[in-house]
Design a protein around this ligand. Structure first.
Ligand SMILES: Nc1ncnc2c1ncn2[C@@H]1O[C@H](COP(=O)(O)OP(=O)(O)OP(=O)(O)O)[C@@H](O)[C@H]1O
Ligand SMILES: [Mg+2]
Length: 277
């Protein structure tokens, strides 16, 4: 049974009297004739990992891109800490404490690891004309990048390595590391472990748990149901752009249950809350 204590009030999105860190209200987004997201609503609380599930083309990335400022929803509302916000671009999302690991990783291949880590938030120089201050900033960014990677146990040849020379898994680790390092409030992870080996996947799942323990609200998209069961507290399922249900308590669920829910087969007697949309 879904625990009634965990069910959100549909009017306010509040669960257990707490205001969600992130709430979507009836977000819709079309690309021409394709209705990629149809009135999608959900909420994510601090210290919680919410799995956003669905088959290929279900609308998961579209929804995440609306939250990260990469897309503008056609209609609906996004609320951060209960306040409606406009997120016209990724810079605004970052200023709101939202960090994203994009499905395509969004790294600049021609730049090195440090530059990618600080992309869009390079340390400002006080005296732009003085070369040595630029050099100092660079050194500082390299040191901080190395510290962050060490802290997260991310192993790459050097922070001076050009991203184009790194493996797919190393790029993915940097993209996740960047989000974990900067994510203060909300972290959106679109397939963060897709290209990772077993050990690196475990590392990413551990990072997600650490974010949760630090009180960050996390949205995790994954096609790997083992990872979902391992990392997520709740799941929301999309099909053809619409939310078709959510499970607030994953205890006792198997990967089969989740696959059945995604593909629309029976739910093995499991109590799933279906939405009005
Ligand atoms: N920029 C775009 N222009 C046109 N159509 C798009 C665009 N982005 C997404 N779509 C369409 O919207 C639908 C949802 O795509 P989306 O990328 O959100 O799916 P997804 O759930 O992330 O799938 P996957 O698991 O394969 O990543 C698809 O039909 C896709 O073709
Ligand atoms: Mg996607």
């Amino acid at each position: 049974m879904t625990s009634t204590a965990a069910i959100a009030d549909p009017a306010t999105g509040e669960r257990n009297g707490r205001t969600p860190a992130l709430e979507l209200r009836k977000i819709s987004k079309s690309f021409g004739a394709v209705r990629a997201a149809r009135q999608v609503s959900f909420e994510v609380h601090r210290g919680e990992v919410m799995g956003l599930l669905g088959d290929n083309g279900a609308g998961k990335t579209t929804v995440v891109n609306c939250i990260s400022g990469s897309h503008q929803p056609d209609s609906g509302q996004i609320l951060i800490d209960g306040a409606p916000v406009g997120i016209p671009d990724p810079q605004t999302a970052r200023a709101l404490g939202i960090e994203t690991v994009y499905q395509d990783l969004a790294l600049v291949e021609t730049l090195d690891v440090t530059s990618n880590m600080f992309l869009g938030r390079e340390l400002k120089r006080r005296w732009p004309l003085l070369q040595w201050t630029a050099w100092m900033d660079r050194k500082r960014m390299q040191r901080e990048t190395q510290e962050n990677l060490d802290r997260l146990h991310i192993d790459i040849p050097s922070v001076k390595s050009t991203v184009a020379h790194l493996s797919g898994g190393q790029r993915q680790a940097i993209s996740v590391g960047r989000a974990v390092a900067w994510g203060r409030h909300i972290v959106l992870l679109d397939e963060p472990a897709a290209a990772l080996g077993v050990e690196q996947t475990d590392l990413v799942l551990a990072l997600i748990r650490r974010l949760r323990d630090e009180g960050v609200a996390v949205v995790l998209i994954s096609h790997n149901m083992h990872d979902v069961l391992e990392a997520c507290d709740r799941v929301v399922v999309l099909r053809h752009g619409a939310k078709i249900g959510q499970i607030d308590d994953l205890a006792g669920l198997t990967t089969r249950h989740l696959v059945d829910m995604i593909t629309g087969v029976t739910l093995g007697g499991r109590d799933v809350r279906y939405t009005e949309s």
